[in-house]
Design a binder for this molecule. Structure first.
Ligand code: OGA
Ligand code: NI
Length: 388
């Protein structure tokens, strides 16, 4: 956790010169739980400082200029699955060119592209709320289906990460949306615009992203030579979570991470990057490369479950988020997660004759439990499920 400092009414302060708060400074204590508290740090609190051999070395990172961009609305299913197969084999991630018109054609639900902007606006406004308001949702319990939290796994990790996040379960929508924050008000507000009834900005975003994810899973299935529905069938009735990640301005970005290198534990991640501020980096051929924001595109990550279902043919991509000292950054990650009791197993068709599957069978519930008992810096979670 950040150290506790008194907030000076005179504005930004240098925490290193301040004494710990005295009793009766509850807002300060609360503020200390998250980093989007309004405190402006001039030095990085010690608990965020990484050891010298584990720092982002930002000057050595170059841009990834060739992130595959796939136009999923082009109408040619064969071409799409070919391109997705190539991207998954070579990169493990790709960007999907997205205009909402394309999405509308795909899912035919008439969501205007304003939904993406509104989603971003909701996320930004949430993190601008007064600390007392945000802290109503604070929890460090990963089992909670709606919570504001910070870093990654504050109870397990040794060094913290320069990130706050609001995590929501999003499917089934009717089950989870009632527990979402009601501030900012249009998080859930019913709204009518140009005679289209927009039920909820965030809800609509979730539905559209889910449809997109399902289409991508179909193409991934076909790209592995499987039936279109086969991977979806293995994953069962998938859950959906969203993390609205907020990375405040960081006084010493060379010393810490927003999120250290990790792979996502779920099946597929659909990431909406900040439109202006970079921060996502992916590991390719042993080097970290920056994925610059691309307008109208989502970044699609293969997660651990697809690595297992593809028998290791598609790799769950290593990625991280770095921070900067100029601008706050927001990203919105949507995670498609297998049904808790679905058995994660590569279909026989893709296991070479006579060879053992790369991974043991497991349920997603088992995997997820294991994932949260660790921290991101430890051995990769899939290693625990490998066949010897
Ligand atoms: C994540 C993640 C990257 C980013 O939330 O799992 O990897 O750019 N986010 O915020
Ligand atoms: Ni991630």
């Amino acid at each position: 956790m950040p150290h506790l400092y008194r907030i000076s009414p005179l504005g930004p302060t240098n925490p290193t010169t301040l004494s710990p708060p005295s009793p009766g400074t509850a807002p300060v204590l609360m503020a200390a739980k998250v980093i989007s508290s309004g405190i402006r740090y001039t030095t990085l609190p010690e608990s965020y400082v990484r050891p010298v051999n584990d720092r982002p070395n930002l000057s050595e990172v170059s841009n990834c200029d060739d992130v595959p961009i796939i136009d999923i609305g082009c109408g040619d299913r064969h071409l799409i699955s070919q391109q997705i197969g190539y991207a998954c084999r070579r990169y493990g991630f790709f960007q999907k060119e997205l205009t909402w018109r394309t999405i509308n054609q795909v899912v035919n639900h008439g969501v205007p592209d304003e939904i993406v902007q509104k989603m971003q606006q909701v996320g930004k406004e949430f993190f601008l709320l007064p600390i007392e308001e945000k802290m109503k949702h604070y929890s460090e319990d990963p089992a909670k289906t709606m919570r504001l939290s910070t870093s990654f796994n504050v109870q397990k990790e040794q060094v913290h990460n320069w990130r706050d996040y609001l995590r929501l379960h999003c499917y089934p929508l009717d089950q989870y949306s009632p527990e979402w924050p009601s501030n900012p008000s249009y998080f859930k507000l019913t709204h009518v615009e140009k005679s289209i009834r927009i039920r909820e900005y965030v809800g609509n975003y979730c539905t559209a992203v889910r449809d997109l994810g399902m289409r991508i899973l179909e193409s991934i299935s076909e790209s592995l030579g499987l039936q279109k529905e086969q991977i979806k069938t293995i994953l069962g009735e998938q859950g959906q979570h969203m993390a609205i990640n907020h990375y405040p301005v960081c006084p010493e970005p060379e010393l810490t991470y927003g999120l250290p290198g990790h792979t996502d534990p779920n099946a597929l991640t659909i990431l909406l990057q900040d439109t202006l501020v970079s921060g996502l980096q992916v590991l390719k051929d042993g080097k970290w490369l920056a994925v610059k924001p691309c307008p109208n595109a989502f970044v699609i990550n293969i997660g651990d479950q697809l690595e297992a279902v593809s028998n290791g043919e598609y790799k769950s991509v290593w990625h991280r988020a770095v921070v900067n000292s100029d601008n706050p950054r927001m990203s919105i990650a949507s995670f498609l997660c297998p049904c808790n009791d679905s058995i994660i197993r590569a279909p026989e068709e893709i296991i070479k004759d006579g060879s053992k599957p790369v991974f043991k069978d497991f349920t997603y519930a088992e995997y997820y439990k294991k994932f949260w008992t660790r921290n991101l810096d430890q051995e990769h979670c899939l290693q625990f499920f490998k066949n010897q």
